[in-house]
Design a protein around this ligand. Structure first.
Ligand code: PDD
Length: 303
């Protein structure tokens, strides 16, 4: 049990998992990645994550060194070898190493690193009481433009999110809320954002400049199945302040209720009742049930 690393197809202990300082992932953030988690030991929505990895790679013209079926097989092998009851799996593909210089043609071929470690999830308190999002932006941490590197690509170039998280944590918040250049809501530093208004679910469209979260997609589908109207909509921070409920979604966090929005240093707004709301909790329950059902089915199929 614990942490194990798959380095270009070889399973090694974390201490042996070293890559060159000339790797472009290290030098330039020239890489793509995914985070997947298990339920009952089975990787949840692995095909969707690998599709997104391939799409992220395509967006930055990075050739995946392995075909997707091999990535899937190595992912499962790594998680199984870790022996953890539940695992967090990080899949990283870099453009590899080469002579110093920005030109990708200097790279001598991609590198794949898979890290499996025990899954950690948010503390129960986050689900019981909800969390605070801090609106960041003044520190130049707004989501960068789609016309630059589209946030739809999950790349290792993560400074935008790192600085947003730093700003949020300095203000005592759990996560950051990033807006675009016009001030519209995009997403959190590593999660998508949803609002519930008069029983209806809304989340920013992909055109807002966000990552298309796998959890986001499952939540939208589930809402439809259980009769909660859901739509993509342009949202402003004020819309979140006036919403009945707000929550964020990501692989490791599922749905976390947001009960406060810190707009400024001394300006924190309570969302709805200030407690996790009924629609959020219903969707969270449905999401967990769906995850368990999906992995049970995958196990039956021998996945
Ligand atoms: N982050 N938006 C951003 C910018 C993200 O980095 C993530 C995921 C999400 C949610 O996507 P998903 O539901 O597919 O996890 C949205 C992962 C968990 C991470 O970087 O750790």
């Amino acid at each position: 049990m614990g942490r194990i690393v798959n380095l270009d197809g070889t399973l090694v202990a974390p201490e042996q998992a070293v890559v060159s300082v000339f790797d472009r992932g290290f030098l330039y953030g020239d890489s793509v990645y995914e985070v997947v988690r298990t339920y009952r030991g089975v990787l949840f929505e692995l095909p969707a994550h690998l599709d997104r990895l391939a799409e992220s790679a395509r967006r930055i013209a990075l050739e995946l060194p392995w075909p997707v079926p091999r990535l899937a097989a190595e992912s499962k092998r790594t998680v199984n070898a870790s022996g953890n009851p539940e695992s967090y799996l990080r899949i990283v593909v870099t453009r590899g190493e080469g002579e110093l210089g920005l030109d990708p043609a200097l790279a001598r071929g991609g590198r794949v690193v898979l890290i499996a470690q025990p899954l950690t999830t948010p503390p129960p308190e986050a689900y019981r009481s909800g969390v605070t999002l801090a609106l960041v932006g003044a520190e130049a941490t707004g989501r960068h433009l789609r016309e630059a590197i589209d946030p739809a690509a999950k790349t290792g170039n993560h400074l935008n999110a790192v600085l947003a998280m730093k700003a949020a944590r300095e203000r005592g918040a759990y996560e950051a809320l990033l807006v675009d250049a016009q001030g519209r809501v995009t997403e959190a530093s590593s999660a998508n954002v949803f609002a519930v208004r008069r029983g209806e679910l809304a989340t920013p469209p992909l055109g807002a400049g966000i990552l298309e979260g796998v959890t986001r997609r499952v939540v939208l589908a589930l809402a439809q199945q259980i009769g909660i109207p859901a739509a993509e909509a342009e949202l402003w921070p004020d819309d979140l302040c006036r919403a009945d409920e707000v929550f964020i979604t990501s692989t490791t966090r599922e749905l976390v209720p947001v009960t406060h929005l810190a707009r400024g240093e001394k300006d924190t707004v309570t969302i709805g009742s200030g407690r996790p709301g009924p629609v959020t909790l219903r969707l969270l329950e449905a999401f967990r049930a769906r995850a368990i059902a999906e992995v049970a089915a995958a196990r039956t199929l021998g996945a």
